[in-house]
Design a protein around this ligand. Structure first.
Ligand code: ZN
Ligand code: ZN
Length: 746
């Protein structure tokens, strides 16, 4: 008789909802072991018993052969007394105790499911909600933990006999796949007209007929509603833009597959990988000349945001339409996207002519993520569906749990515990009640999902941000204010697992400076616990305060004053009024306001309708091949000052001399990158620091980032840039959390 060995194994990490229990079950069966496996609040718990060699092999294979979507963080093994029982079972989850499992991000429909979708003999042929343990909705349908069907928005769909058999069959791809369903038992697709009346016939064919007729169709996706029109139909795209209150942000385009995508954009191997990966973000790519995309889809840009279908519904819709389709957020400009059916039918009633919807509720709103290949790597610009809520691994632990409330624009929050940082999905600009509600609810939801009770709450220093106000209303916690640009640089350090100190270059919009001015073009000496301001862009007034943010031409006036040799921008706008306001206006060192000044100067943009518009459009306007540059003076007093006005004056002089605006925009980008590099060089001499961290929204600009990185590297600097979280304010919460954790360790 062989000696029996029994062990209790506890597996932590991303192990729920990824086919882990079926994998364990199959492994134990193969090795002839007895016992059971179940999800518990911390991960997966396994009791396994059998011959010693078998148990040892089990423990080895458990980590070696784990399912592709799982991420094991820790395995704890404890010996137990053998019971002599036979058989191996999968037990139900235990919904009690401390909640600490990891819920995965939603994942694109897998190849196995796509094969079934296309197979006329399969019972899920053409079924828009097909999914399995490797793919489908996760984060957006989870109401609570542990991750089991009753705590998802699939709870209302009783499984049919065939689905239940698969769900309970350890050999099936759908073994314990919580959202599994089929046409007999799962969600049903419907097409409604603008007034909410259901239309008869096949909903997808009906939607495509409307799309081909130039109508706007609202489509319920994974994390919210989209608005769709054919991407080549200028009349429909312009109509959609008009109905979205003349929103000017570029629309994203979904193509059926890579082949279709290659007809619109330049796609290298790296881009192809991003487009076809599990997260399926919108990928910002260079648009091909003459690409068949209507002018109103992405006006004033050379690039295009592309994504591939990530649900079966999208696959079916695109296959039927047989051409690329605009798929933009289902909202009115400035509001969060709609994700609840009633809300969508109300809020989108003036925009959509029809609604392609279904009866599986979305529990959590999640926008499409946006990524951009830049400087040879990819940077996440908006982190939401497909990425959130997966934790970012931190190089150093947070001794006590932290909630970091982020900034105001492109808001996110971050919960940090141990070595994990859970950065929320992009929530939006915290400027209205609806977004604030979403922010507060999401914090509660994350705390529940990950069982984190914050003891430290970090916030921005700006007293007026709704995120700061929210932080200050939380009782019984330690509050920590983190300066905005320190948070930016700390975010870049945390993103790279680097402790600093570094020279931090934060080129940004506006952030509250401790000296009472508005910062935004900063050179800092920073590590995770502290920072010192070493230099900045020269301050200029923002004539009329916030009016200057909405009207970039005012910044041109602030930079040039009366020195405007017959420039159009001065003729187009009430220049003298701005100059009269300037002396009493707030001062700023913001890099975004510098970009604004040049954008208006070149006639790219006098007024904006969304934050960062002038910056985005100036990059798109610039000739990327331009090698010329402008030179900004650098002065050394208590602080280093970059005389950014030199760049604006050089651009104005070139313009007056008849130079092309695309060349001028290119020279301005090069000039700023050059000034940053020379400033860093001077600061290297003063501090001995040889690493530079680049953060702030301006580094979403590929032209500026690439020009700066190239010059810094050529000057011998080690350069840190963002990868996993956005350089813009969406990354600030991670930086705040990193600072709070570092100070707590100190
Ligand atoms: Zn699948
Ligand atoms: Zn079924």
């Amino acid at each position: 008789m062989t000696t029996l060995k029994r062990v209790d194994v506890h597996v932590e990490g991303v192990v729920q909802g990824v086919g882990f229990r079926p994998f364990v079950h199959a492994l134990a069966r193969r090795l002839g072991l007895a016992g059971r496996v179940h999800n518990d609040v911390n991960g997966v718990h396994i009791e396994v018993e059998g011959a010693l060699a078998g148990v040892e092999e089990f423990l080895t294979a458990l980590e070696r052969d784990a399912p592709p979507l799982s991420e094991i963080e820790r395995v704890t093994v404890v010996s137990a007394r053998p019971t002599g029982h036979h058989g191996f079972t999968i037990a139900a989850g235990v919904p009690s105790g401390l909640l600490r499992p990891l819920v995965r991000a939603d994942g694109a429909t897998c190849d196995d499911c796509l094969r079934e979708l296309a197979d006329p003999a399969d019972r899920r042929h053409g079924y828009p909600f097909i999914n399995c343990a490797s793919c489908g909705p996760r984060f957006t349908i989870v109401r609570g933990v542990p991750y089991d069907r009753p705590l998802t928005t699939m709870a209302g769909f009783g499984m049919c006999r065939a689905c239940a058999a698969e769900y309970h069959d350890p050999g099936s791809r759908r073994h314990h796949a919580q959202p599994t369903c089929c046409p007999a038992c799962g969600p049903r697709l419907r097409l409604h007209d603008a007034r909410g009346t259901e239309l008869c016939g096949d909903p997808i064919a009906g939607a495509v007929t409307l799309l081909r007729a130039g109508r706007v169709v609202a489509v319920k996706g994974l994390g919210g509603f989209h608005l769709a029109v054919p991407a080549a139909d200028e009349r429909a795209a312009a109509l959609l833009r008009g109905r979205k209150h003349r929103e000017e942000q570029p629309f994203a385009v979904m193509t059926a597959d890579l082949a279709q995508a290659r007809r619109l954009c330049e796609i290298d191997e790296h881009a192809a990988e991003l487009l076809t990966g599990r997260a399926r973000p919108i990928v910002l790519l260079p648009r091909l000349p003459g690409a068949p995309v209507a002018a109103s889809v992405a006006p004033a840009t050379r690039s295009l945001g592309l994504m591939l279908p990530y649900t079966a519904l999208h696959h079916l819709l695109l296959a039927e339409l047989a051409e690329p389709m605009v798929l933009t957020g289902g909202n009115v400009s400035g509001e969060p996207i709609a994700y609840e059916d009633d809300d969508a039918l109300t809020r989108l009633s003036g925009i959509a002519d029809a609604f392609l919807i279904h009866d599986r509720p979305i529990h959590v709103r999640a926008d499409d993520s946006v990524v951009r290949p830049m400087a040879g790597e990819v940077t996440v610009l908006r982190r939401a569906r497909g990425y959130a809520p997966e934790p970012l691994a931190m190089r150093w632990p947070a001794p006590r749990p932290v909630l970091a409330c982020g900034a105001e624009l492109k808001s996110t929050f971050c919960l940090a515990e141990g070595r994990r940082a859970f950065v929320s999905q992009h929530i939006g600009n915290l400027e209205n009640h609806e977004t604030l509600r979403s922010f507060v609810e999401s914090i509660d939801h994350f705390c529940g999902l990950f069982g984190i009770r914050p003891e430290i709450v970090a916030h921005d220093l700006h007293p007026g941000y709704l995120s700061t106000r929210h932080a200050k209303e939380i009782h019984g916690v330690e509050l920590l204010g983190v300066q905005h640009h320190h948070a930016h640089i700390a975010s870049c350090l945390a993103d790279n697992g680097d402790p600093g100190p570094v020279l931090g270059v934060a080129l940004d919009g506006l952030g509250h400076g401790p000296d009472g001015t508005l910062w935004g073009g900063e050179f800092l000496r920073a590590d995770l616990t502290s920072f010192e301001r070493l230099g900045h862009l020269a301050q200029v007034p923002m004539p009329g305060g916030s009016a200057a943010v909405r009207q970039p031409w005012r910044m041109t006036a602030a930079y040039l004053g009366d020195d405007h040799p017959g420039l159009d921008v001065a003729r187009r706008n009430p220049w003298a009024d701005a100059l009269r306001l300037a002396p009493a206006s707030p001062l700023t060192s913001s890099a975004a306001r510098l970009f604004d000044a040049v954008a208006a100067l070149l006639g790219v943009r006098d007024k904006i309708t969304y934050a960062g518009q002038a910056v985005v459009e100036l990059e798109q306007h610039a000739d990327p091949a331009e090698r010329g540059t402008y030179e900004a003076g650098i002065t050394h007093g208590d602080l280093l000052v970059v005389e950014a006005a030199d760049l604006v004056r050089a651009a104005a002089a070139d313009l007056a001399a008849g130079a092309g605006t695309r060349a001028i925009a290119g020279r301005f980008h090069n000039g700023l990158a050059d000034a940053v590099t020379r400033a860093c060089d001077a600061l290297r001499h003063a501090t001995g620091l040889t690493a530079v961290a680049l953060s702030g929204g301006m580094f979403q600009n590929a032209l500026l980032l690439e020009a700066t990185v190239a010059r810094l590297r050529a000057a011998g600097f080690r350069v840190l840039k963002h990868v996993r979280v956005p350089p813009g304010d969406g990354g600030v919460s991670l930086g705040q959390a990193a600072v709070a954790a570092a100070r707590d360790r100190a």
